[in-house]
Design a protein around this ligand. Structure first.
Ligand code: PMP
Length: 370
């Protein structure tokens, strides 16, 4: 049959099996539920752990300056940004890979290391993108329940490692519970798991953590070449909308991540803004310390109201809640125009923001305390 004859054939004659189908892994994917968005003077957007500050002025100026170049592709190898990050972290540019948000880099990590049926171990609850990225890669998510203090159960996680495990994800401070993993515990974990397993330390919120509350990940990386550090400009640096994150890993792994990257995934604007933001580190620190102060104030007041919270080291607070309490809180927050993140069966996560929004949260929770 010629193409003309095929085109002239009645469409009804086509067998139904000719329809394109998604891979089973895609059809079965849990949908990623993004933090709810809202606009308006009375809406407090506390569902996505974003920075409530405007971007750093130096980043805005860098983007404005770079805007005139957007007819050009960006530097796909992100050489300047990687060199700047390398200097900042005390590693070489060969050990750095950047991507469209740290979630983009994480996708490169998982697709780069996992074949179909390989396992990725992570704590649960943790960042919702983890199981989605793992299943999309055709790998198997292995969820290890958090311990009773809302932290990683590293003994159970080490016990969950099998010869199919390619990657372990440690999230510190953990999203959504805010609980960090102490340095010695990560160190002992690294001693316990085979060196062929890549241990990703996801530090999306590390800037908000008090010194020494979590692991010294760079020191661990220097001792254990199977460590991969994952960080982002989305949170404390305030560049969530520009999409830029990075990994630090052994040169062969970092090189592999660069090879699996979607070409030109990190725009020139994002690269320039990230470089400018690194230069403005002190300004970022000043903002972060205000968030920490607010976090402490809220935690103390909530405790006084009767809530039992684990101390959070992120820019958010976690309220564990059964279904009934969760539904009541969601309804009350919705009615008050406060967008928070609710997790079925587990609880509610509230981003720490400006004092006025935080006061609204405190007033609302006072009415629901035990
Ligand atoms: N890791 C964790 C733990 C997160 O919470 C998030 C964002 N919510 C990310 C990674 C991804 O952030 P981004 O892709 O914006 O860098």
């Amino acid at each position: 049959m010629t193409l003309d004859q095929i085109a002239a054939a009645p469409a009804a004659g086509l067998p139904e099996t000719a329809l394109p189908t998604l891979r089973d892994a895609v059809a079965g994917l849990p949908a990623y539920i993004p933090g709810r968005r809202g606009a308006g003077a009375d809406i407090a957007a506390l569902a996505s752990n974003e920075s409530h500050y405007d971007p750093l002025p130096a980043a805005v100026a860098a983007v404005a300056h770079a805007a005139g170049t957007m007819n050009r592709y960006p530097d796909s190898a992100a050489v300047e940004l990687r060199e700047r990050l390398a200097r900042h972290l005390g590693v070489t540019a060969g050990e750095v890979a950047v991507g469209p948000g740290s979630v983009g880099v994480l996708q490169q990590i998982i697709t780069g290391l996992c074949d179909t049926g390989d396992e990725v171990v992570f704590a649960w609850r943790s960042f919702e993108a983890y199981p989605i990225l793992v299943e999309l890669a055709g790998a198997r998510p292995v969820r290890v329940p958090l311990d009773h203090l809302e932290g990683h159960d590293l003994d159970a996680m080490a016990a969950a490692v099998t010869d199919r495990t390619k990657v372990v994800l440690l999230c510190t401070p953990n999203n959504p519970t805010g609980v960090p993993i102490g340095h010695e515990r990560v160190e002992a974990f690294l001693q316990a798991v085979p060196s062929s397993v890549l241990v990703v330390i996801d530090e999306a919120y590390v800037e908000y953590a008090e010194a020494c509350s979590g692991p010294d990940s760079l020191a661990l990386y220097r001792r254990f070449p199977n460590v991969c550090i994952l960080r982002t400009f989305s949170k404390a640096y305030g560049l969530a909308g520009l999409r830029v994150g990075y990994a630090v890993a052994a040169p062969a792994i970092a090189e592999g991540l660069r090879r699996t990257a979607l070409p030109f995934a990190v725009s020139a604007l994002a690269q320039k803004a990230a470089i400018a933001s690194l230069e403005a580190g002190e300004e970022m620190e000043a903002r972060v310390s205000l968030v920490r102060r607010e976090r402490g104030r809220m935690a103390a007041e909530l405790e006084a109201q009767g809530w039992k919270l684990q101390p959070s080291q992120g820019n958010f607070l976690w309220i564990r809640a059964d279904e009934d309490l969760r539904d009541r809180l969601v309804e009350a927050f919705d009615a008050a125009g406060i967008l928070v993140r609710a997790y079925q069966g587990d609880g509610v996560r509230i981003t720490v923001a400006d004092p006025a929004s935080n006061d609204r949260v405190l007033r609302l929770l006072a009415a629901h305390a035990a």
